[in-house]
Design a protein around this ligand. Structure first.
Ligand SMILES: *Cc1c(COP(=O)(O)O)cnc(C)c1O
Length: 379
């Protein structure tokens, strides 16, 4: 049975992107592939306002996180982590292992780190970098990135690194406008491609910071190994994932055709409608309304619902959602609605959720969720 994968990544992959992954292989030095690779790198730079280099390499989001940290910090450098959940904590762990001097501003799950505290921290200590998760997938909280970018204006000696894994190509991010020095993501979330590629954008300031470090201990993720390849993909450093590069290229074509601002609007519209529907069905959304992400919904169960059984029921219905993490394991499920997912797919997911609720005797009335969703989309 083909199931609809509605977890917060991998997200559904549309046919035209699947077709790129199924193409006969080409040599990575084939002039056709070299042109395709170069094209996607250039388009990605333009899309997010990058005046430096975009690295598109084999790996996952976590590799991209390590790559960003490795290229602009050295042991004992101070970094400030803004953690709105599990992935912020992961970034702290990555930085600790690199022997950085790590300070963490931690929010209560469901809220976002207070930006006044960020400002105070930056005033009191000189940080090499601020590392922020745009949307923490564990909580569904979206950090107010434009406001953080404004704060960074006053601290030009500190770099801003943004983990955009659950946001890039779904929620506005512009490196120039938001003072982002390194932005990172991977293919399986809002780009709607299978897992396999990491994407890291570094602006001129970040590239200069890398230059200032001299030789670094990291080999595969060293910007300097890749800069010549990203400039001219006919050069070899390590074998690119040929078919996934084509797949991203098709994803970028879809993004350009839709237009970034339309894509951002669509995500907000769908998210608000889904969230309204889940609330009408008796779920609570973990993230506070003012910081609620447009890319996924973390829905806390009403009393009397067993998480494993609920998700098994959805699975039977052909819908796959993710469980909660850490303290919220067993207490909520996570529904992704980013990338190229359609309103029809969301309506299908909601109808399966209604069926699952009904099996627990917890459904107000058939149509409550789907109806609320469709009504909300009209507005
Ligand atoms: C998924 C995710 C990651 C990790 O990406 P992987 O591809 O699983 O390594 C990192 N940060 C955020 C915000 C994510 O949502």
């Amino acid at each position: 049975m083909e199931r609809l994968v509605m977890i917060p990544g991998p997200t559904p992959v549309v046919r035209s992107i699947q077709d790129q992954m199924g193409r006969p292989i080409q040599a990575f030095g084939d002039p056709e592939f070299v042109a395709d690779y170069k094209g996607v790198i250039d388009d990605l730079r333009t899309l997010f306002g990058c005046d430096g280099t975009c690295f598109v390499i084999n790996g996952s989001g976590t590799l991209a996180m390590e790559m960003a940290a490795a290229n602009v910090t050295k042991p004992n450098d101070a970094v400030l982590i803004l953690s709105n959940g599990y992935f912020g904590d992961r970034y702290a762990e990555i930085c600790k292992r690199r022997n950085l001097d790590v300070d963490v501003l931690q929010s209560i799950w469901g809220q976002s780190v207070d930006l006044n505290l960020v400002k105070d921290a930056l005033k009191n200590k000189r940080y090499t970098a601020v590392l922020a998760t745009h949307v923490d997938t564990s909580t569904g909280v979206c950090l107010p990135l434009p406001a953080l970018g404004k704060i960074m204006n006053d601290f030009p000696e500190t770099l801003l690194i943004v983990d955009g894994v659950c946001a890039t190509a779904a929620i506005p991010e512009d490196m120039r406008e938001m003072n982002i020095n390194i932005l990172l993501t991977c293919t399986q979330k809002a780009f709607g491609v299978a897992p396999g590629l990491a994407m890291v954008w570094a602006d001129q300031k970040a590239l200069q910071a890398r230059e200032n470090l001299g030789t670094i201990p990291d080999y595969y993720i060293d910007f300097k190994q890749w800069i010549p390849v990203m400039d001219n993909p006919a050069r070899y450093f390590s074998t690119p994932s040929v078919n996934l590069v084509w797949a991203v290229s098709e994803s970028v074509r879809i993004i350009q055709e839709e237009g970034l601002s339309h894509r951002y609007d669509r995500h907000v519209r769908n998210a608000r409608a889904v969230q309204k529907a889940l609330e009408a069905l008796g779920f609570k959304i973990l993230a506070e309304p003012e910081v609620r992400a447009a890319t996924l919904s973390n829905a806390i169960y009403p009393e009397g619902i067993d998480d494993a059984k609920f998700r098994a029921k959805l699975y039977e219905e052909g819908i796959v959602v993710a469980g909660g993490l850490a303290a919220y394991a067993g207490k909520m499920f996570r529904l992704g609605h980013m990338g190229n997912v359609t309103t029809h797919e969301l309506a299908a997911a909601l109808s399966a959720i209604e069926k699952a609720l009904d099996s627990f005797g917890k459904l107000p009335k058939y149509g409550t969720g789907v109806g609320t969703f469709l009504e909300a989309l009209k507005q």
